[in-house]
Design a protein around this ligand. Sequence first.
Ligand code: COA
Length: 409
Amino acid sequence: MGYSVRLAGRLAQPVRPHLNCTWYATYPDLGLAFTSMTGMAAPLPDALAPKGLEGVVANESSICYVFGGEGRLIYRGYDIADLAEHSTFEETAYLLLKGDLPTKDALKAFTAELKAAQKLDKVVLRIIKDAPKDAKPMNVLRTAVSAAVFTDPDRADNSPAAEYRKAVRLIAQLPTMVGTFHRLRSEQKPLSPRRGLSLAANTLYLITGETPEQDVERAFDVALILHADHELNASTADMHGAVTGAIAALAGPLHGGANAEVMKMLLEIKSPDRAAAWIRDALTQKKKIMGFGHRVYRTADPRAAILRPLAEQLGRKANQPQWFAIQQVIEDLMRRDKGLYCNVDFYSASTYYAMGIPLDLFTPIFAVSRISGWCAHILEQHADNRLIRPRAEYVGPMNRTWTPLRKRS
Ligand code: COA
């Protein structure tokens, strides 16, 4: 019996059942092979992804495409040479974010949004001021960007509109962050961004204190355009940078953030007799039940089995046996009706709660543990590294002709 399996749009060849596997797929053009294993332990596929994920297509994208062989680069279908000749960094940033070149009004509005967001918040400013003068500017920038979320007006909102606004603020603020640290470390007063300047000119002004001449501004603007994107970006993070990225990646509700979401669910359900109806209702609404499923385990998560009795024991001790009782109902129902097993977050949630740990510290505590694994992986990678750089399958437009601003409607 054959199956149809696709990876980034490519059909696996041949796709065939394999010993101990439900399917076994090879992608000769990518040098990859995968198995999906059920039941018995089976060896991992022989063909691992090449070191550094070189040549591996990890996702689809319509933003940018590097024609490696031809030495061509396009953003959203526009050749980089056209953009370098006609565009500005602001217009290019708009193109990358939105997918199309802006109209005159849209560009005006976008530029105004950038200008309005250039100033740094006090918290970020203080962090930059507190950085030692000999700190690496990249480390200061990473910390400043990370701290910018504390006071971002959209910090609690991950909707596409809010994410866009956050992106605009970051694009506007990075020049100020870089300039501010540079001025401070060279014993100069940091400067306020100047509204009348382009982003390129402002960046140079914030660093040097001088408004660049027109040809310098234009050359810098072109450099910014040329660096604005390059498909899936390479990973060359140092220890702190990699851990910062790892913490960010852990935070979401489908990953490390699930433990807090599990507890919110249990608190909402309140008592075991309400559990089955609550879950059925959520499933009818096609909601994901937090603490169930896993990208790799297709059977019980062994960590959940170990935490289960601890959750029960600590719940009893804290005089809160209801959480474990609710969990039993949910676990049975999910296995029976959906064939899904709980994962580690399901029982770590009630275990931490019984210990009196605040909900919003559940995921940070996950990080307190996972830091050991992250560091081990970073050390392993650094010891035997190859620049990590998968490719994206470009699905955006090609061969678009740049039209002057006045002709856009
Ligand atoms: N609740 C309800 N249905 C779920 C589910 C869950 N927690 N997890 C998976 N499913 C369903 C999916 O809807 C899908 O059904 P469909 O085929 O009818 O569309 C099917 O099971 C396969 O799921 P899929 O989304 O392909 O699994 P995945 O590998 O992409 O996702 C997770 C893995 C972890 C992201 C996913 O299981 C999830 O969101 N779980 C909840 C969050 C969580 O506990 N995360 C911590 C992981 S340690």
